[in-house]
Design a protein around this ligand. Structure first.
Ligand code: OAD
Length: 241
């Protein structure tokens, strides 16, 4: 007989939350795919590749300033905050594809950002860091004070490698967790989508929360159809009762 989700999460010593843009949708941050997704109206090849930045650094900078403006006005929602509460009951790791910094602002302790963080920047030439700095000029890519190279956001662009230490660490936690929640992601972008796949291969229970079935639904042991901010607060009490 299949164990109930309540039994499984109560027994879990280590939980991974693998999150995507859908978890921040209710904070007012647009997702990438689907009807109102960013990639429906904007071409990622013109905005989120090393080639795009080389050809038009100012346009790429403006794109990230546009997104920063939305993100800075947003607040973590109940889903981000509920994840923090799981830390009381099990070792909890958040492995996110999101660059919006909202897990951090919600107070999660162990966060692995696979695709970078929109509040961090570095010089594209010498690598000097410019993290958590608000640049005055929203229209022009800033210039490095040391080498005069263009400063770029610390975001993984299409065609770039994921930060290898972070990815390896994420795979390690996926392989060693008991439960892997998959929340608000289409599961279409690799290698990030390997996280729940690795967890499954190592016998974790996969619990998916989404508004629709996804690329990862076939490996899910439990699927909850609905908004992350409505479903997660209903699951949390099952850790205790
Ligand atoms: P997507 O836009 O591909 O998918 C968002 C998912 O969230 C969809 O499956 C929606 O059904 C779901 N969703 C929307 N609102 C939700 C809600 N309130 N509750 C639960 N689910 C909801 O976003 P990602 O999978 O995160 O890469 O995209 C992966 C990567 O593609 C991003 O990290 C980004 C993008 O190109 C980089 O920036 C490098």
């Amino acid at each position: 007989m299949q164990k109930s989700i309540q039994n499984i999460i109560q027994e879990a010593k280590k939980i991974v939350f693998f999150t995507g843009a859908g978890i921040s949708a209710e904070s007012g941050i647009p997702t990438f795919r689907g009807e109102n997704g960013l990639w429906k109206n904007y071409n990622p090849m013109e905005l989120a590749t090393p080639k795009a930045f080389k050809e038009n650094p100012n346009l790429v900078w403006q794109w990230y300033e546009f997104r920063r403006e939305i993100i800075r006005k947003a607040e973590p929602n109940i889903a981000h905050k509920t994840i923090v509460k799981f830390e009381e009951f099990a070792k909890t790791y958040v492995i996110t594809q999101n660059v919006d910094n909202l897990h951090n602002r919600a107070g999660s302790k162990n966060i692995l950002e696979l695709h970078g963080n929109i509040e961090k920047n570095f010089c594209s030439v010498c690598g000097k860091r410019y993290d958590f700095i608000v640049f005055e000029d929203k229209l022009k890519a800033p210039i490095c004070e040391d080498c005069k190279g263009f400063i770029r956001p610390d975001i993984v662009w299409f065609g770039e490698m994921l930060p290898q230490g972070i990815y390896r660490n994420a795979i390690y936690h996926a392989e060693n967790c008991d439960v892997c929640f998959v929340i608000g992601t289409s599961g279409l972008v690799f290698p990030a989508a390997n996280i729940p796949i690795s967890a499954k291969k190592h016998n974790a229970t996969i619990v998916e929360i989404n508004l629709e079935s996804t690329n990862l639904s076939e490996i899910s042991d439990f699927f909850f159809l609905g908004k992350a901010s409505e479903i997660l607060p209903k699951i949390l009490p099952q850790m205790v009762n």
